[in-house]
Design a protein around this ligand. Structure first.
Ligand SMILES: Nc1ncnc2c1ncn2[C@@H]1O[C@H](COP(=O)(O)OP(=O)(O)OP(=O)(O)O)[C@@H](O)[C@H]1O
Length: 278
């Protein structure tokens, strides 16, 4: 395992060319009735364009807060997040988020849920072009045949596919996934992991994903960012995931390196940074 983000390394990055997405000395404090609550403290991280990064850490350490600042839902208390050198100050279609709980509008069909975003981001496109974008993305997730169904008629996996299609239809630079497969059964979850990797490869998109599943993080990502416990959580370590792509799950699980990395992550979470409740 390599520990990155030493002052020397981040200084070297900044002196050459600024990486795609930068967390620069980021802190987040929430005011509460009993005083300030420091969630994150001094986060430095540089992410390259096209990288797939997973974030793991115990519940409540601040993973969603961290990604919410990339989405622009919250502003840092100190420091900043920069995308292509520009500070992130608000939500925008260049950073799309997929949540665990599907977040589709229940009174609209799968098609209409995707169309809503496409129409609001590309209002001047001809109608035929907008329809083409929607159908292209429904086809990408294998759901063209249920375009006219409402979320209540779709399985959990199908709903999450629609959410991924909806996010990608806006051609974001960064796809933010907050435990996207957490509510799915293990087989559907593995299917969607495979589909996500194909989409990531085909779209060459930068992905930031929160997961509680170490195996999932190792299968999907280039690097796993491991957070310390809060309050005032930091990045504890960053694990480089060396498996060749395209990844074959069965072959990866036969590799002793997989178990070595898995044990290192478990050791980080359950020994060196054990949660009080764990
Ligand atoms: N608006 C807020 N005001 C005050 N405290 C907040 C607010 N939002 C989040 N918190 C607190 O910040 C901490 C981090 O929350 P966050 O949701 O980022 O953690 P997490 O690591 O994503 O948790 P989980 O894995 O359970 O989703 C928690 O203690 C939470 O209660």
């Amino acid at each position: 395992m390599q520990v990155l983000n030493t002052p020397t390394q981040s200084t070297t990055h900044l002196q050459t060319q600024e990486p795609f997405l930068i967390f620069d000395n980021l802190s987040k404090v929430y005011p509460t009735p009993t005083g300030d609550f420091v969630v994150l403290d001094g986060i430095d991280l540089a992410i390259n364009e096209g990288e797939f990064v997973c974030v793991i850490g115990h519940s409540g350490c601040g993973k969603s807060t961290l990604l919410d600042m990339v989405a622009g839902f919250h502003q840092p208390t100190n420091g900043e997040v920069r995308l292509q050198t520009l500070p992130i100050q608000a939500p925008g279609p260049d950073r799309m988020v997929v949540f665990q709980n599907y977040s589709l509008l229940p009174w609209l069909t799968a098609y209409e849920n995707i169309y809503l975003g496409v129409n609001s981001v590309f209002p001047k496109k001809p109608e035929a072009a907008k329809k083409h974008i929607v159908m292209e993305h429904l086809e990408m997730v294998g759901l063209a045949d249920v375009a006219n169904k409402k979320p209540s008629a779709l399985s959990g996996g199908m709903k999450q596919r629609v959410c991924i299609a909806r996010a990608l239809a806006l051609r974001p630079k960064v796809l933010i996934l907050d435990e996207p497969f957490g509510a799915l059964d293990p087989i559907t979850r593995e299917e969607l992991q495979e589909e996500l990797l194909t989409i990531w490869r085909d779209h060459q998109i930068t992905v930031l994903m929160i997961t509680h599943d170490i195996d999932e993080a190792l299968f999907l990502s280039d690097r796993v960012v491991m957070m310390t416990n809060g309050p005032a959580a930091k990045i504890g370590e960053i694990m480089l995931v060396p498996f060749a792509r395209p990844r074959d799950r069965a072959r990866m699980m036969e590799d002793p390196k997989f178990y070595e990395l898995r044990n290192e992550a478990l050791d980080f979470l359950y020994k060196r940074h054990a949660h009080a409740d764990a």
